[in-house]
Design a protein around this ligand. Structure first.
Ligand code: GSH
Length: 214
């Protein structure tokens, strides 16, 4: 098999790297990682710029093929390493798969105040100290309402089996939970269960260098 290399951020906090890392782990694929120190602007160095084109992590290398954009990479992995030989990371049924794509796209394009005021380093390093702004509180209420609607009552996965949409939604909820915000029990149970998955734990517990604000 062509070797797989995942380019990750040096602090292991990128939610987009997280999605791809978890997909690779869930599929049981052997891969190596290479850290790109964004705080040192390593993403702008010609070598990484040429690999990524967009100058952002994650980038996946599969042999001589290189791809950036986390949702495109997840889709590629799902097609290149399909079920039943490899564990699927998207739902099989077309409507569920469409719903998973909807949630993944929404998480990547909405809720900007939460992403800005509760960045993922507040999950993995120190919690935030400033209270949420009015826009942050509105975004939190929107996330809670949407997650409550998406997650079936009594379940800790969105669909019958785990998908990357679960990991994405759990990461977004952890921005609130890890910072001590009030989140309904159904959502804390969901995020807590997702956080126990071995693939997720491998990312959460990965060794981290001291954080440098940038
Ligand atoms: N839509 C992209 C977002 C990737 C992204 O924003 N990556 C950030 C780290 S979380 C990055 O590389 N930032 C460096 C930069 O933009 O210079 C994806 O899903 O992969």
């Amino acid at each position: 098999m062509d070797p797989l290399t995942l380019y990750v951020d040096g602090f292991w906090t990128s939610p987009y790297v997280f999605a791809v890392f978890v997909a690779l782990k869930e599929k049981g694929l052997p891969f190596t990682t290479r850290e790109v120190n964004l705080h040192e602007l390593a993403q702008r160095k010609p070598d990484f710029q040429a690999r990524s084109v967009t100058g952002r992590v994650p980038v996946l290398e599969h042999g001589d093929f290189r791809l950036s954009e986390s949702s495109a990479i997840v889709e590629y992995l799902e097609e290149a390493f399909p079920s039943p030989q490899y564990t699927p990371v998207l739902p099989d049924a077309s409507r569920d798969r469409a719903r998973a794509r909807q949630i993944m796209a929404w998480i990547r394009s909405d809720l900007m105040p939460i992403r800005e005021e509760r960045p993922t380093h507040t999950i993995f390093y120190e919690p935030a100290t400033a209270p949420l702004s009015e826009a942050g509180r509105a975004a939190a209420a929107k996330l809670i309402a949407a997650a409550s609607a998406f997650i079936p009552d009594g379940k800790t996965t969105l669909f019958d089996t785990f998908t990357i949409a679960d990991a994405d939604l759990a990461m977004m909820l952890q921005r609130l939970i890890a910072n001590g915000h009030d989140v309904p029990p159904k959502l804390t149970a969901f995020a807590g269960a997702q956080w126990q998955r071995p693939s997720v734990r491998a990312f959460v517990e990965h060794e981290r260098i001291a954080y440098v604000p940038h």
